[in-house]
Design a protein around this ligand. Sequence first.
Ligand code: DX5
Ligand code: ZN
Length: 225
Amino acid sequence: MTFDRSLKIAPSILASDFANFGAECAAVEAQGADWIHVDVMDGHFVPAITFGAQTCAAIRPHIKTVMDVHLMISPVDAYLQGFADAGADVITAHVEAGPHIHRTLQTIRGLGCKAGVALNPGTPASAVADLMDDVDLVCVMTVNPGFGGQKFIDMTAKVRQLREMIGDRPVHIEIDGGVDPSTAPLVRAAGADVLVAGSAVFRGGSVDNPGPYGDNIRAIRAAAG
Ligand code: DX5
Ligand code: ZN
């Protein structure tokens, strides 16, 4: 994975057909997705349960680009090896998920993956100020994690602060939640480079009719500029 700050659209398969992840990943990639965002939920850190490392491993061969695994789980550390073995390129853990985020990030890098840290809407940028040399990605949640299809919460000021804190370091800023053509320009202008989008990408299309995925991705890209 090479680093740059160009715009990347990362469809979240949370909004795709759970019975057909492999084909859904191939379809959105063929339609222009840059990364694939994979949401892991444990029913404890967040209310919903999705799937774990075994499902990630099953999905992996169907992804040609970057597999971006977002862990909404607590505790985290005991599961990291499993997600690395599953072939994750990026593993993101929440700063709120436990007392030892620094150790978690070190472990992720030690497993050969890019390390991400995610911040809930109620968590200030300052919570990750001492982690700038230990992360490859900061994920700014623009909804409270747990479900797709929620309304965007404006975290533009936080994105600007993080962009300044990052400086010249090769650290991505990712936005997750409620991204669509109306909200994408705000976060892109504030300094984000990875835009996760679930419902705004998968709506209207299917594996058998993937054209709308491409239309939706192009609409977000064009709006973000
Ligand atoms: C929310 C997840 C998101 C979600 C985004 O807890 O982390 O990745 O899939 O979905 P949309 O784009 O529909 O808000
Ligand atoms: Zn996510």
